[in-house]
Structures are given as structure tokens and as C-alpha cells.
Design a protein around this ligand. Structure first.
Ligand SMILES: [Mn+2]
Length: 283
């Protein structure tokens, strides 16, 4: 991060963060909600950060369907309204490439990326790399993020990639079902190290004051390293402070009975004020 200008929130604008929408043909209501939400926040000075797993799966930029088209249109409309829309890869949509990003108007971000907000360095990440207890996944991640591995995969016929993605996903579902809950959460030491600049992949990325991520589906605002995620997260307003870890909610408007909330987002202002808004399901 040395020598790099950190992203700043325009004074007249705001940053919006969302992740883990897991959009696919099976999530029509979540897609509607995403379109409405993006349109509602998109205006001049708005920075919208989509921090991974926007899509449930990504087969390659040569695959298209109605869901993908609608997301691209929603992003283009947001751009026309004056917003910048950033995208960071998640563990589901890590194959999303520059060609789609460019056509949709998404600005691709590395993971992690950094913002400077009211003198605080805010590290933003999808969050999967913080789950270091899941060693099998971390091994797969290293492999699957290499250029050679991706080039080889993307050279395969689309039908074959779709088949492979299905098998990887069912394995992952099984893996998740068989893992203890604490294995799938962010690892305490990995979080502590990340604040100190030591990223789980071994690289030094620079110290940060605040960490904001998704992935774990354990929405929370952790004031300290050891504060637990609440059983029932609630919409909150707060102020950025050193040591804070913000965990974004996952979205699911299609199976609301399974969830306490159906989605949500974080809004942050250049003065350090931020809010977590949860869309609660109708009682
Ligand atoms: Mn994820």
C-alpha cells in the first residue's frame, strides 16, 4: 500500500458497502432488491463497493443470462446517476473478468483494498482469507487465484466449466455442512495480524485501523477483537474508531423464512459517521 493513494469518500458523497448477495436465476427477489437498493443510493459522489459473492457462481465472462444482464444494467444506471461502482471478487465469483467488468461499468478492486476515512485506514476485503481455520479452502484459494490455473480453466469449453462449477459447489456445501461453525468464521489471530498489516497470505499490506468484510454471513459491528457477533444483529449508527471490525450481512429475499434479516448494507461518510442498515423480513 506504500506510495498508493488511498480511496477517499467525497465530502458531498458517501460510500456504500454490500456483499454476499449470491445472485443467480434462483434469486429473483434478491435481484429485485439489489436493483432497488442500488438505484436508491446511486447519485453524484456515491462510491458503491460490492465486496464479493455478488453472484452465486461465475463460469467466465463468455457466459451470460438474464440475471447478469440485469446486474450490468443496474450498474450502468448507477453510473449514469453519478456513482462509481467497485467490485471485489468473492470466493463464488472470483472468475469475473475485466471484460465483463468493463462492459458493466464495474471498477475491479484488489483484495484487500484500502480507504482513508477521517484519518482512519479502512481495510476492505471479501473476508474469505481471514477464515484461516479452513485450510482445505485456503489451499484451493491459492491454487484457484493463480493466473495459470484460471487461464487453463477458462480455456475449457463453457459447458465443461458449468459442470465443474456445479461439482465444486456441491463439495463446498458438503464441506460447510461438515465443518464446525467456528471453522467458517474469521480467525481471531488472522484478524489481529491484519490490523498490524500482516495479511494471511504472508504479504505485508500496511496497518489498518478498521476492517470491513463480508463472506462469513455473521453480520456484526465488533468494537474489539474479542467481541462476539450478536444473535440478532440490528441496524446501528456509529462512528469509526480504531480496532473496529464491521461484518456485512448476506442477502436473501428469496428464502426469508430462513433468515432474521433479508440483507443490508453499510453507509459511511467522510467524517467517519457510518450506519448499518438491515432490511428486516416482514413479521
Ligand atoms: Mn464468500
Amino acid at each position: 500500500m506504500s506510495g498508493k493513494t488511498l480511496i477517499e469518500i467525497p465530502q458531498h458523497g458517501a460510500a456504500f458497502f454490500a456483499s454476499d448477495l449470491h445472485l443467480s436465476e434462483h434469486t429473483p427477489k434478491t435481484l429485485d432488491a439489489f436493483e432497488n437498493w442500488l438505484a436508491s443510493v446511486a447519485q453524484d459522489g456515491a462510491l458503491v463497493f460490492l465486496l464479493g459473492d455478488l453472484f452465486e457462481v461465475w463460469y467466465g465472462d463468455d457466459y451470460g443470462d438474464r440475471t447478469i444482464e440485469r446486474v450490468a444494467q443496474a450498474v450502468q444506471s448507477a453510473q449514469s446517476a453519478g456513482a462509481r461502482v467497485f467490485f471485489m471478487h468473492g470466493n463464488r465469483d472470483f472468475l469475473l473478468g475485466e471484460s465483463f467488468a468493463e462492459s458493466a461499468g464495474l471498477e475491479l478492486l484488489p483484495d484487500p483494498e484500502f480507504l482513508m476515512v477521517n484519518h482512519h485506514v479502512v481495510l476492505i476485503t471479501h473476508g474469505d482469507q481471514l477464515c484461516t481455520d479452513d485450510r482445505a479452502y485456503q489451499q484451493f484459494r491459492i491454487q484457484s487465484r493463480s493466473e495459470q490455473w484460471q487461464a487453463k480453466l477458462l480455456a475449457l469449453p463453457l459447458e465443461q466449466r458449468i459442470e465443474m462449477a456445479k461439482s465444486i459447489r456441491s463439495e463446498s456445501k458438503m464441506h460447510k455442512a461438515n465443518s464446525a461453525l467456528n471453522i467458517m468464521d474469521a480467525n481471531r489471530q488472522a484478524v489481529a495480524d491484519s490490523f498490524q498489516g500482516k495479511w494471511p497470505d504472508g504479504y505485508y499490506v500496511g496497518k489498518s485501523d478498521v476492517i470491513l468484510h463480508g463472506h462469513t454471513h455473521r453480520c456484526a459491528i465488533h468494537p474489539t477483537l474479542d467481541s462476539k457477533a450478536p444473535e440478532k444483529p440490528e441496524s446501528t449508527q456509529a462512528f469509526l474508531q480504531k480496532g473496529l471490525r464491521i461484518v456485512l450481512p448476506d442477502w436473501d429475499f428469496d428464502q426469508p423464512e430462513k433468515n432474521r434479516h433479508t440483507g443490508g448494507f453499510v453507509k459511511m461518510l467522510s467524517n467517519g459517521d457510518f450506519s448499518l442498515t438491515l432490511f428486516n423480513r416482514a413479521a
